[in-house]
Design a protein around this ligand. Structure first.
Ligand SMILES: Cc1cc2nc3c(=O)[nH]c(=O)nc-3n(C[C@H](O)[C@H](O)[C@H](O)COP(=O)(O)OP(=O)(O)OC[C@H]3O[C@@H](n4cnc5c(N)ncnc54)[C@H](O)[C@@H]3O)c2cc1C
Length: 378
């Protein structure tokens, strides 16, 4: 066999791909991963220091078993790698009673028997005086929630995979995927690889290399901003939780301040369409910064006016905001996870396991029907 033939290839080593590589390697399989950028880079969707992880999933109760498995696996990653990647802060989720967020959280919690506390606006303002809430808001608090250190999660998965025998090639762009009769051929700017099975986790670039997704995915530009904040009120050590708000202007979220960069805040809804993710505009847009600053002034009023940092990331949206996890219609040897729609990182530890199961014809214990491509129109 050629040195460039592997039993399994993982295309794209960001959030989902790093985890898939790890889960295939830890099963003792002959696997390699390919990427065009160095591990834990800042050109795709898995950078910017932190990602929220929360359990009572307002988007749909079907995600709950998967996120519970993700929590277990993140703990295992921390233990096996010897470095914590998850920090529990609890989360407050504030929004109108008849909105999307609070009823969605309560429905997921009820369906899965999860522990959450539900507060009126006045009760919440008493418990968290560093926040304020709109008259129409009620607030749900969930203790089992917090943040993941996003770049460290990716590099930990890749290193664990390498320790288990996986090979990685991070200096070549994949240009096409061809179904051959004997093997799947993956062409790159530095030559071709072949494999019996291929896992595709290309994030914002999936639509370019998987024709069946070309009409399904759109890419959005998403800025992140940091502001200086008083640590006695807004740091994790002072007990400040992570937060997600449904407001008239959209959904906003953020994380307690870290000692070196301040408090991170972003808008979950909205975002400009990106035609070419390689040339997305990464410059600071003052209007976007003013937008999150207005949110802070209203709901976290004691955060300072001093910006400390910003970066730009991208969401890859499916038409309905749910993930697309499937086998290729024309070649079931190729499996993929795509369209993680701005909320996928927390799941990637579990998605890696799901993809490894799919690629090895192992029945997944999870109900994945919500994620099948056939739910979407062509
Ligand atoms: C600002 C922002 C905030 C977010 N907040 C949260 C959050 O709080 N909680 C949460 O759960 N999720 C969140 N998300 C979503 C989450 O981060 C993404 O869903 C997830 O990181 C996507 O992972 P991925 O593996 O699909 O893509 P990526 O991590 O981008 O990986 C794709 C990889 O494929 C490689 N690649 C692509 N094309 C090629 C090619 N042709 N050749 C070689 N390599 C290629 C890329 O270089 C990249 O490394 C957020 C996303 C953003 C942008």
């Amino acid at each position: 066999m050629s040195k460039r033939h592997f039993d399994y290839l993982v295309l794209g080593l960001g959030g989902a791909g790093s985890a898939a590589l790890y889960h295939l390697a830890r099963r003792g399989l002959h696997v390699a991963g390919l990427d065009r950028f160095p591990i834990a880079h800042d050109r795709g969707s898995s950078h910017g220091h932190t990602r929220l992880i929360r359990q009572s999933y307002f988007e749909h109760p079907s995600y709950v078993p998967l996120v519970q498995r993700a929590f277990e696996l993140w703990e295992q990653v921390s233990e096996d790698h010897g470095r914590d990647v998850y920090y529990e802060t609890g989360i407050i989720e504030a929004g109108p009673q008849e909105g999307e967020l609070v009823p969605g959280v309560l429905a997921s919690a009820a369906e899965h028997g999860l522990e959450v506390e539900h507060f009126t606006r006045e009760q919440a303002a008493q418990r968290w005086p560093q926040f304020s809430f709109a008259p129409e808001h009620s607030v749900v608090y969930e203790q089992r929630a917090g943040f993941l250190l996003v770049e460290q999660c990716v590099s930990a998965h890749v290193e664990l995979a390498q320790w288990a025998g996986a090979e990685t090639f991070c200096d070549q762009s994949i240009t096409s995927i061809e179904s051959g009769s004997e093997a799947v051929r993956v062409n790159t700017t530095r030559g071709a690889f072949t494999a019996d099975r291929v896992v595709v986790t290309l994030g914002t670039w999936a639509r370019e290399l998987l024709p069946e997704l070309s009409q399904q995915l759109t890419v959005l530009r998403k800025p992140l901003h940091w502001f200086d904040a008083d640590e006695s009120q807004y740091s994790r050590k002072s007990g400040c939780p992570s937060f997600l708000f449904e407001t008239e202007a959209g959904h906003y979220y953020g994380f307690p301040a870290s000692d070196w960069r301040g408090l991170k805040v972003a808008r979950h809804t909205g975002g400009d369409l990106v035609q070419d993710p390689l040339t997305v505009d990464r410059t600071l847009d003052l209007e976007e910064r003013d937008d999150v600053h207005r949110f802070l002034k209203k709901y976290l009023p004691c955060v300072t006016d001093t910006p400390t940092d910003h970066t730009v990331c991208m969401y890859t949206m499916s038409p309905d905001g749910h993930f697309i996890i499937d086998q290729c219609e024309d070649d079931p040897r190729i499996v993929y996870a795509a369209g993680l729609s701005g909320h996928g990182f927390k799941f990637t530890s579990a998605l890696g396991e799901v993809l490894a199961d799919m690629a090895t014809d192992t029945k997944s214990p999870f109900d994945l029907s919500l994620f099948q491509r056939s739910r979407l129109k062509n």
